[in-house]
Design a protein. Structure first.
Length: 171
């Protein structure tokens, strides 16, 4: 079963990152002679969600707005930028406890027209904030997740830097 958080984890995206890198290289090669005009796609749509707080064991459902901004710039190097955040995302448990969901995600990729050198950085901050804290959860009742990853490929196509860091806490 695919959980809410498993959608955000880097290892699952590892294969997708290579496919994304290859697709971007193809687009960059095709756009090599094009003028350096960035393309920006800005999306803002309502959404509903259901999730859970591993700090309290509570499940909740709610709604909010999904905001996504994608920027493509084909020349002189291919630059891809994706920024996602959730706006006004609020939820309620079956017992009436309210939650606010703050989430920000960013992916930035730059690669040369022949796919190397290249680098990509991924960052995610996710925070489920339980409203009306009553002291019942001493270890914290808000769930906080931070994930960051990066890789760099030199002009020879060799990985020269790579890291991935995932931290989840109850605060």
């Amino acid at each position: 079963m695919c959980t809410l958080l498993s959608r955000f984890l880097w290892p699952r995206r590892g294969r997708g990152a290579l496919v994304l890198l290859a697709a971007m290289a193809m687009v960059a090669l095709l756009a090599h002679d094009a003028a350096a005009q960035p393309t920006i796609l800005d999306t803002h749509v309502p959404f509903t969600f259901a999730g859970g707080n591993s700090c309290t064991g509570e499940f909740f459902s709610g709604s909010g707005f999904y905001h996504q901004k994608i920027t493509f710039e084909p020349a002189p190097n291919f630059h891809f930028s994706l920024e996602i955040n959730f706006e006004n995302a609020q939820a309620t448990t079956m017992s009436g406890v309210r939650y606010v969901w703050n989430s920000q995600e960013a992916v930035h990729t730059i690669l040369d027209t022949d796919s190397a050198p290249a680098n990509q950085t991924f960052e995610l901050v996710l925070h489920f904030i339980r409203q009306g804290e009553d002291g019942a959860f001493v270890a914290g009742d808000d769930f906080y997740l931070r994930e960051a990853a990066h890789f760099t490929v030199n002009a020879n196509g060799d990985f020269t830097a790579s890291f991935s860091d995932i931290r989840g806490d109850c605060k």
